[in-house]
Write a protein that binds this ligand. Structure first.
Ligand code: TXA
Ligand code: MG
Length: 313
């Protein structure tokens, strides 16, 4: 259900849930200070309430009233905010964020989005917004207004916006330990973080105690079986490629989907969820095959989403 900016502000002030665009993916916003509003998000998303939410702010000062900034955290946000970086900080004892939003943890994930309309929205309501990706739990994230409409069967109020430019969820960095730990890969790569900080960043590995359930093995799942590291399409297969490879004759019912013909990983990231949604919406394929993508730069974040959505053979 399409709504305008003023309606979004009004609904959010009434503890309602509103989907809104950000530069990464669309989010399901609600008042982070209100238990009732946050409970509505978990319900709308059918998300287990043990999985905490990211608190979105419009200014660094707003973040400083919620989380306790270490030196590293300060440096990171002054460089990368506003932008697709979420930092996890110790929760300030005097912060008024709903305990449901942090799932009762003593830490809090915070992000200052880059998209102007998202920041204006947070400023206009005058409270921070929790915003998980705007998709029912386990479904694909959305980067287009129409995708949110479809997944929530037009019942969710959605603030219209342009396509999310980055196309992948934010990079999450845990700043509660002495050395930062990457909890989720995203558009801001490990190399960029390390080069900027001048130190190495650890990565959370699957099987580590789960700090971000985005780390759960199966998470970003299309409904079709998906097979990685393929070189040729099979019958009735949606075949995702990077670059513009020569595939010879395409088998019956198969179709090729190009992440980036010019082999740009940025472009591939921004097309990734769009292509998966398109494949699902066509309804004519039996499976998805994916050619290998370079395991470097943003390719790491794309491969991470792929491996969590793929089937093992
Ligand atoms: O790009 C994004 O980050 C999007 C847009 C809408 O901002 N949001 C998003 O939210 O991806 P969500 O809820 O789908 O993912 C948030 C991740 C989850 O994996 C959650 O476990 C983790 O952040 N998280 C939240 N609070 C945390 C905390 N205190 N410690 C560790 N992980 C946390
Ligand atoms: Mg998500």
């Amino acid at each position: 259900m399409k709504i305008d900016f003023d309606q979004a502000v009004l609904l959010l002030k009434q503890d309602k849930v509103v989907a809104f665009p950000t530069e990464t993916v669309y989010g399901l916003g609600a008042n982070a200070l209100s238990d009732k509003a946050v409970a509505n998000v978990y319900k709308a998303k059918q998300r287990p309430s043990v999985n905490p939410l990211i608190v979105h702010v419009h200014a660094i000062e707003q973040a400083a009233s919620i989380g306790h900034f270490s030196d590293v955290a300060q440096q990171l946000v002054h460089h990368f905010w506003p932008g697709p970086l979420t930092i996890v900080l110790p929760l300030r004892p005097d912060a008024s964020v709903s305990t449901l939003a942090t799932a009762g943890l003593q830490t809090v994930a915070i992000r200052l989005p880059e998209l102007d309309s998202a920041r204006r929205l947070i400023k206009a309501v005058n409270f921070p917004l929790v915003a998980p990706s705007a998709n029912p739990s386990g479904c694909l994230s959305c980067i287009l207004f129409d995708q949110v409409e479809t997944l929530f069967e037009s019942k969710m109020p959605v603030l219209w916006g342009e396509e999310s430019q980055k196309g992948l969820e934010s990079t999450i960095v845990d700043c509660t330990t002495e050395k930062p730990i990457i909890l989720r890969h995203g558009v801001i790569t490990k190399t960029r973080l390390e080069t900027f900080l001048g130190m190495s960043c650890q990565e959370a590995k699957p099987g580590d105690s789960i700090k971000a359930p985005g780390m759960l093995l199966r998470h970003y799942a299309p409904t079709l079986p998906m097979y990685l590291n393929r070189n040729f399409p099979e019958n009735r297969q949606a075949f995702i490629v990077f670059g513009d490879p020569d595939l010879g004759t395409i088998p019956q019912g198969a179709e090729v989907f190009y992440l980036s013909k010019k082999s740009s990983l940025e472009e591939a990231a921004s097309n990734f969820f769009k292509i998966l949604h398109l494949i699902e919406s066509k309804g004519s394929f039996e499976s998805i095959g994916v050619m290998p993508l370079p395991q470097k730069g943003i390719g790491i974040a794309i491969n991470d989403r792929l491996s969590r959505g793929a089937n093992q053979e």
